[in-house]
Design a protein around this ligand. Structure first.
Ligand code: GLN
Length: 484
């Protein structure tokens, strides 16, 4: 086995036994990146010397934590002191973060080495990584297709074995959907499980940082490292992380699996549905019981999300005015022209669309009709989940209605792009946790992975890992790799 093929668990164990050095691992991944990146576009930037220096420092000391010496990639909307953080936007060109995100601090405390920064949709707005102003990322299973988004670079880098794992962010599906398209495990933690301090905010009431990894065990290890309370994020919850890795082996006997009727009502590809239903049968065979349940307000989730997320984005992105961050328009006549031109030149089309939409739904006269109304829908969606979790332990759904779509297929049609998020958005509105893992492959021109979404209740990540661990024990999909 070559070094770049290791999982996080394997990499951590071999470094601990001193069979390989962290420096060897970083070199192997850098070589992989150099070979694949020109075509793949998963990474925005990396500093080989800095990564090697961190690795050498880990090699020179006894293990400081469970991820000692393990290289991990970061989405380009996470702050690392002194590093570029572009959010794949022109407006943040040249900006360097002045402090470390809490997740970065925690990864370092666990001994991890920061490998490089992954591509994304601009400001995490999108589902295909095509709105990155640098380049689109390609799907490692089929270079004609998107890896999903917005954490498409993270998913593609992990699937292509350029990194053992990566962090992403998920506001409406941006970890789970690319994980599904690329054949990774992706987890959106419960809102408040992971500190958002140092994450460039898109929609603060929905954003969560989480892992993209090769298997559930790796995701559990990373979640354990990055979660926990943080006084610098007032929405972070007080619970210390439980032993997620131990949950993987606990089995699922008598667990109740809810199948939401509204998700299986004909809106998805037939072979995606087949793969998901086959996975449900595997889980039943392991002693769990499937029950049909209802989430009656599902059909309003996408509309409510695109009101709330754009409203919050319009407020959050107001800070990019050419004064404090990144790029500033040249030779403006006065401050107003400076703001206007900086933003006109700095933001891409999708980000502008959302700022305009968000400003509109918050404007006086429309606020009650749109923003307030969407908040009420959000409350109903939360209630749907609360009631569902009185009857079952987790919900099972497809992660996406179809496998990876083609580059260019939806980028000219925002509504089609938004509708691709239909199965992932409700979990963000409700704040519950959800994980995507591979439950099969379908043939298009090429073989493409299909994602199974496991949704758990608030702070129910251990149950997600029980189900994911049991499923991976009984299947081998997660061992398949693209590109040889
Ligand atoms: N695709 C969704 C959007 O465009 C979700 C993005 C995300 O989760 N960051 O808003």
């Amino acid at each position: 086995m070559e070094l770049h093929e290791f999982t996080v668990s394997e990499a951590a164990a071999t470094v601990r036994r001193r069979e390989v050095s962290s420096t060897d691992l970083v070199r192997a991944l850098l070589a992989r990146m150099e070979a694949l990146e020109p075509a793949l576009g998963a990474m925005l930037h990396w500093d080989a010397e800095a990564a090697l220096a961190e690795a050498r420092a880990r090699d020179a000391e006894p293990p400081i934590g469970p991820l000692h010496g393990v290289p991990i990639a970061l989405k380009d909307n996470l702050s690392v002191k002194g590093q570029f953080c572009s959010c794949a936007s022109r407006i943040l060109q040249g900006y360097r973060a002045p402090y470390d995100a809490t997740v970065v601090e925690k990864l370092r405390q666990a001994g991890a080495v920061l490998l490089g920064r992954t591509n994304m949709d601009e400001f995490a707005m999108g589902s295909s990584t095509e709105s990155s102003v640098i380049c689109p990322t390609r799907n490692p299973w089929d270079f004609e297709r998107t890896p999903g988004g917005s954490s498409g670079g993270s998913a593609a880098a992990v699937a292509a074995r350029e990194s053992f794992a990566a962090l992403g962010s998920d506001t409406g599906g941006s970890i789970r959907q690319p994980a599904a398209f690329c054949g990774c495990v992706g987890l959106k933690p419960t809102y408040g499980r992971v500190s958002r301090y140092g994450l460039v905010a898109f929609a603060s009431s929905l954003d969560q940082i989480g892992p993209l990894a090769r298997d559930a065990q790796d995701a559990a290890r990373i979640l354990h490292a990055i979660s926990g309370p943080d006084p610098r994020d007032s929405t972070s919850l007080p619970d210390a992380p439980p032993d997620f890795v131990a949950a993987l082996g606990r089995g699922i006997r008598r667990l109740k699996l809810g199948l939401p009727r509204e998700y299986f009502s004909g809106g998805m590809d037939a072979d995606v549905e087949q793969a998901v239903r086959a996975a449900v049968r595997v889980l039943e065979g392991l002693g769990a019981e499937a029950v049909e349940i209802s989430l009656p307000h599902t059909e309003h989730a996408v509309a409510a999300y695109y009101v709330l997320a754009t409203a919050e984005a319009s407020a959050n992105l107001a800070r990019f005015d050419g004064v404090r961050y990144g790029r500033r328009a040249e030779n403006p006549a006065d401050p107003l022209e400076m703001y206007g031109r900086t933003r006109a030149e700095g933001f891409g089309a999708e980000v502008k669309r959302r700022i305009i939409l968000g400003t509109y739904v918050l404007s006086s006269g429309y606020h009650d009709a749109y923003y307030l109304h969407a908040q009420k829908v959000r409350t109903l969606i939360r209630r749907d989940f609360r009631q569902a979790f009185e009857r079952c332990d987790v919900l099972l759904t497809p992660t996406t209605p179809s496998p990876a779509f083609k580059l260019g297929e939806k980028i000219q049609d925002p509504l089609q792009m938004y509708l691709a998020d239909i199965f992932t958005i409700a979990a963000n509105l409700a704040g519950v946790c959800a994980l995507s893992l591979t439950c099969g492959f379908v043939e298009r021109e090429k073989k493409l992975p299909v994602g199974l979404q496991i949704i758990g209740p608030w702070m129910g990540e251990e149950t997600l890992f029980r189900v994911a661990g049991a499923y991976e024990q009984a299947s081998a999909w997660h061992k398949e790799a693209p590109l040889g």
